[in-house]
Design a protein around this ligand. Structure first.
Ligand code: NI
Length: 179
């Protein structure tokens, strides 16, 4: 396990459509996931996508099992490995909320996301995952899966008056987790 460099916005490796995983439980996959977890924890992230460390595969991780301070009533998101994901919105309802990204350090914006989703995919052993999620959990899944399509959250911003530096927007608050 080692902490890897997190690529920053502007790097063309963040703009690719990632390749699907075809073989599970391989040494390369297990090693890559260990590096991703170490990197996410070291950066205090809420999630991380493989392209953020320059790994061109459809692999994301998210969740720390801890309560998020801005969502004290939301159930903690369990640590999850999600491979070859597919997201289906469960209603047309969008929620606008602040979002950050480890590849866009220091900045934050209000981004619309589906309030309620179903997501499917596989874990590292090839076991099927099929879950529904709402609120913060749904938001982080959508953010991470966007990375696999080469999309960073600034491309989702609709109201650019709500896009700025953390230190200016929230000078009184501790930094929120980014993904
Ligand atoms: Ni991100």
């Amino acid at each position: 396990m080692k902490v890897r460099e997190i690529l920053k916005m502007g790097d063309p490796r963040l703009q690719r459509v990632a390749q699907p995983i075809e073989k599970f439980n391989t040494p390369e996959l297990i090693q890559g996931l260990a590096d991703m977890k170490e990197t996410m924890l070291a950066a205090h992230g809420a999630g991380l996508a493989a392209p953020q460390i320059g790994w061109d595969v459809q692999v994301v991780i998210f969740g720390t099992g801890q309560v998020i301070s801005r969502y004290p009533d939301a159930a903690p998101v369990p640590y999850t490995v999600l491979i070859n994901p597919i997201i289906t919105p469960l209603s047309d309802e969008l929620q606008n909320d602040w979002e950050g990204c480890l590849s866009v350090p220091g900045l934050r914006a209000v981004v619309p996301r589906w309030q309620s989703i179903r997501y499917t995919g596989f874990d590292e052993l090839g076991n099927a995952i099929d879950r529904t999620a709402e609120g913060f959990h749904a938001k982080v899944v959508q953010h991470e899966c966007d990375h696999l399509m080469g999309i960073l959250y600034p491309q989702r911003v609709r109201d650019f008056s709500k896009f700025g530096f953390n230190s200016v927007l929230f000078p009184e608050l501790a930094p929120e987790k980014s993904a």
